[in-house]
Design a protein around this ligand. Structure first.
Ligand SMILES: *[C@@H]1O[C@H](CO)[C@@H](O)[C@H](O)[C@H]1NC(C)=O
Length: 315
C-alpha cells in the first residue's frame, strides 16, 4: 500500500462509555464529583505539606510529591473523558492523543517509582528508626524524587519515540476512554508486532517489577514489626492493608492491560478507570484520613488563616 496516497488519520474517535443517556449523565456526575474531590484533596495535601512547619519529615515531602503526581495523572485523562460523556462527537486530535499517552506514561511511570521510594522510606522508619534521619537525608530524598521523574521520562520517551511516527491511514476508532498505547498501536497501518512486544517489555515489566518490589517491602516491614512486638503488628497491618489495597487497584489493571495487550476486550475501559480516576483520589484519602499529624496540621493552618483574616478585618 502506498502510504502517501492513503487518507491520513487526523483524529481518533474515543468510544468511551456507551449506553442510554441516563447512564451517561450518571457517569458524568459520578466522575465529575470524583475528579473534583481528587483536585481538592491533593491540592489540600500539597498546601499543608508545603506550609506546615510540623510536617518537615521526609515522609511528607514524598506525600506532597505523590499528591502532585496524582493531580497530574488524573488531569491528563479525566476532564477529557468527562466532557466526552456529554459530547456527540467524541474525537481527539492525533497530537492530542500522542500528548495524552506521553504524559500518562510520564506521570504514571514517575508515580510507580515514587511509590517504591515511599515504601523504602517506611521501611527505614520502621526497621531502622535510630538511623532514619541520617539515612533519609535531604540529599538522598531529592535524589530519589529526581530519579522517579527521570525514570518516568525515559519510560515514556522510549515508547513514544517509536509511536509518533507510526502511519495511521484507515481505522481511527479507539474502544476506550482515553488514548492508550496498546490500542493506538494496533490502529497503525503497518506491522507493529515488534513495537507491541516492546510496550509489553517496557510498560508491562515496569508495572510488574514495581508491584513485586512494593509487595516485598511491605512483607519485610510486616515481618520486622512482628518479630519486635505483637501489639505493633495489628497497627502496622491496618496501615499497610490500606496501602496494599490501593497499590493493587493501581497496579493490577496496569499489569493486566500492558503485560497482555494483545487481546482487547471492553472490560479494559472499566480497568482503566481504576488507575486514572479512582487511585488518584484514594491516595490522599488513605494517607490523610488515617494520619493524625496531617489532620492536626490542616486544622492548624486553617486556624492561622482564619486568625489572620480576623486580624485584618479588625484593625
Ligand atoms: C517533593 O520533594 C522534594 C525533594 O524532597 C521537596 O523539596 C519538595 O518540596 C516536594 N514537593 C512537594 C509538593 O511536597
Amino acid at each position: 500500500m502506498d502510504l502517501r496516497n492513503a487518507s491520513m488519520v487526523t483524529e481518533f474517535i474515543l468510544l468511551g462509555f456507551s449506553g442510554p443517556w441516563e447512564l451517561q449523565v450518571f457517569f458524568f456526575v459520578t466522575f465529575a464529583l470524583i475528579y473534583g474531590a481528587t483536585l481538592m484533596g491533593n491540592i489540600l495535601i500539597i498546601i499543608t505539606v508545603t506550609f506546615s512547619s510540623a510536617l518537615r519529615s521526609p515522609m511528607y515531602f514524598l506525600l506532597g510529591n505523590l499528591s502532585f503526581l496524582d493531580l497530574c495523572l488524573s488531569t491528563v485523562t479525566t476532564p477529557k473523558m468527562i466532557t466526552d460523556l456529554l459530547a456527540e462527537h467524541r474525537a481527539i486530535s492525533l497530537w492530542g492523543c500522542m500528548a495524552q499517552m506521553f504524559f500518562m506514561h510520564f506521570f504514571g511511570g514517575a508515580e510507580m517509582t515514587l511509590l517504591i521510594t515511599m515504601a523504602f522510606d517506611r521501611y527505614v522508619a520502621i526497621c531502622k528508626p535510630l538511623h532514619y534521619r541520617t539515612i533519609m537525608s535531604h540529599r538522598l530524598l531529592r535524589g530519589l524524587v529526581v530519579l522517579s521523574w527521570t525514570i518516568g521520562f525515559i519510560h515514556t520517551t522510549s515508547q513514544m519515540v517509536l509511536t509518533v511516527n507510526l502511519p495511521f491511514c484507515g481505522h481511527n476508532v479507539i474502544d476506550n476512554i482515553f488514548c492508550d498505547l496498546p490500542l493506538v498501536i494496533k490502529l497503525a497501518c503497518i506491522e507493529t508486532y515488534t513495537l507491541e512486544l516492546f510496550v509489553i517489555a517496557d510498560s508491562g515489566l515496569l508495572s510488574l517489577i514495581c508491584f513485586i518490589l512494593l509487595l516485598v517491602s511491605y512483607t519485610v516491614i510486616l515481618v520486622t514489626v512482628r518479630q519486635r512486638s505483637s501489639g505493633g503488628l495489628s497497627k502496622a497491618l491496618s496501615t499497610l492493608s490500606a496501602h496494599i489495597i490501593v497499590v493493587t487497584l493501581f497496579f493490577g489493571p496496569c499489569i493486566f492491560i500492558y503485560a497482555w495487550p494483545f487481546k482487547s476486550f471492553s472490560g479494559n475501559k472499566v480497568l482503566a478507570v481504576f488507575y486514572t480516576v479512582i487511585t488518584p483520589l484514594l491516595n490522599p484519602l488513605i494517607y490523610t484520613l488515617r494520619n493524625q499529624k496531617m489532620q492536626e496540621a490542616m486544622k492548624k493552618l486553617q486556624a492561622q488563616h482564619i486568625f489572620k483574616e480576623y486580624e485584618t478585618n479588625h484593625t
